[in-house]
Design a protein. Structure first.
Length: 252
């Protein structure tokens, strides 16, 4: 399973991988790209079933998605990197921190789910809906969770960009990643994580509520917690002025 990816930044700089949210592509990291590429070799990739990566039949598991990232490191001949992820990308980051610790320096995880807080059935139902009706069936409620109303009003072009990414996501790829999120539980091995981890949550996130993220910081030995106020789920995209400085501080 080869992941589509785009690389920017100096060839001899430390490598940073960027893992995006469910239903988006590597392009959602555009607000961070220029800032990070000044200091790092940035590899922004599409999860399987997303963007220009292949969409094999599901269901997928979190092990599949994490293994794809390790394979990407091997393809690029990168021995060790740092990892930034949000939402689905954050869950993949937790799996990598637990299961491939020798391949990563540190992690910055925004709004990461460690388990299906809404219950597995919610994800099963969403996967079935998307397979039956397409991603257009979930676009508007998703955007309502991802952005505060005032952001939607002030930034219609930016919201439209994400809407199109959701609409263009493979129905099977989206559904199969829903099944991966619904079947995972990463809490048992959090105490084994040895890398420094930045955990960030948004106070108005209804997709991955803060109360499901904040306890993770007490379980991960080298975790630093940030709670971002007046922000919703897709906080790296909507608030780069606040999230990019956090990334630079943590990664350097």
């Amino acid at each position: 399973m080869r992941l589509h990816h785009e690389i920017t930044g100096p060839e001899d700089a430390p490598v940073v991988l960027l893992g995006s949210s469910l239903g988006t592509t590597h392009a959602m990291w555009a607000p961070q790209l220029d800032v990070l590429a000044e200091r790092f070799r940035v590899v922004a990739f599409d999860h399987r079933g997303h963007g220009e990566s292949e969409a094999p039949p599901g269901p997928y598991s979190i092990e599949d998605l994490g293994g794809d990232v390790v394979d990407l490191l091997n393809e690029l001949l990168v021995e060790k990197a740092s990892y930034v992820g949000i939402s689905l990308g954050g869950a993949v980051g937790l799996w990598l921190a637990e299961n491939a610790p020798d391949r990563f320096h540190r992690f910055a995880l925004f709004c990461p789910p460690a388990y299906p807080a809404g219950g597995q059935q919610m994800w099963i139902d969403r996967a079935a809906q998307v397979r039956a009706e397409g991603t257009q069936a979930i676009v508007e409620p998703t955007l309502a969770r991802w952005f505060l109303p005032e952001y939607v009003e002030a930034h219609p072009a930016e919201v439209e960009t994400i809407r199109q990414q959701l609409l263009n996501t493979s129905d099977e790829g989206y559904a199969a990643c829903c099944e991966a999120l619904g079947s995972m539980d990463l809490r048992d091995k959090l105490a084994d994580i040895t890398a420094p981890v930045l955990l960030a949550t948004a106070d108005s996130d209804t997709s991955i509520p803060p109360e499901t993220v904040i306890p993770l910081a007490a379980q991960i030995p080298c975790a630093h917690l940030e709670v971002l106020d007046h922000a919703a789920h897709l906080v790296t995209y909507s608030h780069p002025d606040r999230t990019s400085p956090l990334l630079l501080t943590h990664l350097t």
